[in-house]
Design a protein around this ligand. Sequence first.
Ligand SMILES: Nc1nc2c(ncn2[C@@H]2O[C@H](COP(=O)(O)OP(=O)(O)OP(=O)(O)O)[C@@H](O)[C@H]2O)c(=O)[nH]1
Ligand SMILES: [Zn+2]
Length: 222
Amino acid sequence: MSEAFPSERSAYDCGDGAFDDDNEDENASVSETKMDLERIRGAVREILIAVGEDPDREGLRDTPDRVARMYAEVFRGLHQDPKVHLQKLFTQKYDEMVLVKDIRFESFCEHHLLPFIGQAHVAYLPNGKVIGLSKIPRVIDVLAKRPQMQERLTEDVADLLMKELDARGVAVVIEASHSCMTVRGVHKPGSSFVTSAMRGAFKERLATRHEVLSLIFGGKPT
Ligand SMILES: Nc1nc2c(ncn2[C@@H]2O[C@H](COP(=O)(O)OP(=O)(O)OP(=O)(O)O)[C@@H](O)[C@H]2O)c(=O)[nH]1
Ligand SMILES: [Zn+2]
């Protein structure tokens, strides 16, 4: 991994509690201190020159710095540990499905570094304990704010929840539109990409899988 990005260890090294805080701006600025902003600025300047631009003209003068700060913001999840949001569980004798639908997220595809934006739907079957509702979107935000593939994002959310909640099952469905398929390349605006990861009872029991899919898609054919 290049020096501009953290090592595997430091990406998960949240022992100093730097990211226990839920404050977005603060998280972005902590991320800035962990990234090699100078290197990003230099690289952006080089790209501008390479495409035939003058990086010193007035309109572009601050662009390398803006882009560096943007990367610190949109890739801050590299320096955050999603598990910190899943430590506080509530004992509850509720053993039916819990579903959080339509969680909007923004991520960046690792192939083109262009945004993909959509909704995630996450269900789990508790095992005597439930998690605070807001924590599921928080986990998605951490994992989305990294260079991603939608399939990996989907599976990582499912595996993490399965493990940390000791759930009897987890279902994750993500629908997104990828800018790399709309603003360039094949130019197919309106197309969406749907991925799913089923774990535990959602994988093993067809009726349970159908139940969650019909709750997510509201009876639409799935
Ligand atoms: N499976 C998957 N593919 C993705 C994702 N994000 C972007 N892609 C695709 O990644 C592929 C990269 O293909 P390449 O042939 O290496 O790159 P490219 O020449 O820019 O491809 P085109 O987009 O077809 O022009 C493209 O087909 C993208 O649509 C993702 O999250 N999952
Ligand atoms: Zn892409």
